[in-house]
Design a protein around this ligand. Structure first.
Ligand SMILES: *[C@@H]1O[C@H](CO)[C@@H](O)[C@H](O)[C@H]1NC(C)=O
Ligand SMILES: *[C@@H]1O[C@H](CO)[C@@H](O)[C@H](O)[C@H]1NC(C)=O
Length: 344
């Protein structure tokens, strides 16, 4: 304590005098402050490390992330903020490997390219939509260290259409998809999968179980055939939104929650905290999420409301607002490239 307090006083004194040596003098203080922040963060998120070496390694990553986040927010040249969250002790590479899980099918699917889009001729879309306010969205879930985003995305869209057709909002089982939708080796549980294949499974299985009867474990498991047969909700089909067309996506989202695919690989996505996200991001789709609304902010910036599956410490209580109607046809982070929704 004493040396850091001293170095702080020294630093203030030196800065008052305009002496640059302050920078060097404050280094141990910054280190101690960062360490305290890391300790507090560990308590908050219940993080325990195997040994001191691991803790030291994680602290370094934590500090680097924290400094980068603070630098980004200080620069203030984007309409959104980053923040420390549950993922602050992971490098971006680790985070991407453990958390995403969108996997395009290995075989090209020509027949689905020209599929029927039932919202094609919708001409009146409301200026804004929020399916949360309409009671069609369950609370934000957490996929954990498992690449099962595809299951969360498909389930959120299925929960949406179920509420719209039955007026009942029920939480449905991602784990059933992780465990049971493994035939043919397209969807691979925690190793990744594809939302349209999840819809196909739900159709073929004649429904999907409740979250409460087939709860989430964040790990690959053996399919529980008995629970999987307890269909709590059904869908009759699914349709693709014409790709690279945000106007088409708007027509769909105006009518129901829609599974969308994005490139969520950037550092700024890992630590997104609030505001309208404007990138940077690419179009290497690696994450499945759900568009549950759209609107524009006070400055007229249009955005999509997107439900993620990384718990509520990330983003705006687990949601992200992503800029909408950008010049590039593929949409921000490729959001218009590969979207689909179930029908009932
Ligand atoms: C939209 O309208 C066109 C022209 O009337 C029609 O051919 C097409 O089938 C309609 N699409 C849908 C999805 O209803
Ligand atoms: C609108 O723009 C101003 C000026 O750039 C900015 O300070 C403010 O935070 C913005 N408001 C929103 C809601 O983004």
């Amino acid at each position: 304590m004493a040396p850091s307090a001293l170095s702080l006083k020294l630093c203030i004194l030196l800065s008052v005098l305009g002496i640059l040596a302050c920078q060097a003098a404050s280094r141990p203080l910054a280190e101690a402050t960062a360490m305290r922040k890391h300790e507090r963060w560990m308590v908050r998120y219940g993080r325990v490390y195997a040994d001191e070496a691991e803790k030291e390694r994680r602290f370094k990553i934590f500090k680097e992330n924290m400094e980068r986040i603070e630098g980004f927010n200080r620069a203030g040249n984007r309409p959104y903020k980053l923040g420390i969250n549950e993922f602050a002790d992971q490098t971006n590479e680790e985070f991407r490997a453990a958390r995403n899980g969108y996997k395009l099918p290995s075989l090209p699917r020509v027949e689905e390219e020209t599929a029927w889009f039932k919202y094609e001729n919708v001409s009146d879309v409301p200026a804004s939509m929020d399916w949360r306010k309409k009671g069609a969205v369950t609370p934000v879930k957490d996929q954990g260290q498992c690449g099962s985003c595809w299951a969360f995305s498909a389930i959120a869209a299925t929960e949406g259409i179920t509420q719209l057709t039955t007026k009942k909002l029920i939480s449905l089982s991602e784990q059933e998809l992780v465990d049971c939708d493994v035939v043919k080796g397209e969807d691979e549980g925690c190793e990744g999968g594809y939302m349209e294949d999840a819809f196909k499974f739900i159709i073929k299985n004649k429904g999907i179980a409740l979250e409460s009867t087939y709860p989430y474990t964040a790990a690959d498991g053996k399919c529980n055939a008995k629970e999987a047969a307890s269909a709590a909700a059904r869908i009759s089909g699914f349709e693709k939104v014409p790709k690279n067309d945000e106007a088409a996506l708007l027509k769909a989202v105006a009518n129901q929650p829609v599974s969308v695919s994005i490139d969520a690989g950037d550092f700024s996505f890992q630590f997104y905290k609030s505001g309208v996200f404007t990138g940077p991001c690419g179009t290497m789709l690696d994450h499945g999420v759900t568009a549950v609304g759209y609107d524009k902010d006070a400055n007229g910036t249009k955005y999509w409301v997107v439900k993620n599956s990384w718990g509520t410490s990330w983003g705006e209580e687990g949601y992200i607002r992503m800029e909408r109607d950008i010049a590039a046809k593929h949409g921000l982070c490729g959001i218009a490239m590969d979207s689909s929704y179930p029908t009932a």
